[in-house]
Design a protein around this ligand. Sequence first.
Ligand code: TYM
Length: 336
Amino acid sequence: STRVLTGITTTGTPHLGNYAGAIRPAIVASRDANVDSFYFLADYHALIKCDDPTRIQRSRLEIAATWLACGLDVERATFYRQSDIPEIPELTWLLTCVAGKGLLNRAHAYKASVDKNVETGEDPDAGVTMGLFSYPVLMAADILMFNAHKVPVGRDQIQHVEMARDIGQRFNHLFGQGKELFTLPEAAIEDDVATLPGLDGRKMSKSYDNTIPLFGSAKQLKDAIARIVTDSRLPGEPKDPDSSHLFTLYQAFATVQQQADFRAELLAGLAWGEAKQRLFELLDNELGEARERYHALIAKPADLEDILLAGAAKARTIATPFLGELREAVGLRSFR
Ligand code: TYM
């Protein structure tokens, strides 16, 4: 069987980009009888970007409720919090000891911080923590711990999955004695949603404040859609679907037939206001039921706790013995 694994960092409220890029493909994959799936809340990763405990706690709850509301079957999938698996930070250290500093110097997130400091004339490492620098090693541990083959992610995470591959390969080479200790993972990208645009056309991202929250109220959804930037063509004038991120957003959630119809309407001069109404109806329709489930779930944090603890116990039936093997492989064996 194939192992599929992915995580979401618990620093904010899940948005449509997280859903289309990771959650939806992951849930679809988990329904395949030949797939073993591992989905988790990356709450150790959250500490890298956020020092607000209240926000992290809230986000963990929101993201847990989101996966379940979107239809994840926790009997089939293994669903857990990263911070409930102590084997992950332990594996992170084993991997840190073989991960090249040169490799990590090239990580986008770290480089972006350094480049910004250089531009503004600051010390290059100002504000850069060791957490940010070693972020890809922790992510490699997440993936390699469960020998995942496929990692459904948006385009922004491809580099991290490739680094996990490099680090895993190096570890296999050094300690595998000819056998593959780790499976080498691959990113699984859905081409048409690899980078879902936000309200302003840039990548939808918390850091650009251009997101559409996945489970906002119908009113919040409508208000967000009203903020989508469009060109200045008037009602009746033909619109170009291929240069419109409103169309890209529509496309990510519509059937092939709906896409063709909407394209034809835009070309025939549909007003942007009408176009926004169409997108609202499409999304409200796709998300409405899940939104209700989400609100019911989030009102019962103790139930979510039970589900996540059961998931962690299940994950550890794999992680604990595997870490034992890895410890032996590097020379940390019992004397007995
Ligand atoms: P994070 O929390 O930033 O994002 C979660 C997932 O959502 C995807 N995504 C998008 N996809 C398409 N269009 C967008 N606009 C968009 N915005 C976000 C991301 O690509 C990601 O798949 N480091 C990871 C979390 C992580 C992880 C892992 C993922 C930790 N360990 C192991 C996979 C495997 C992150 O910060 O994602």
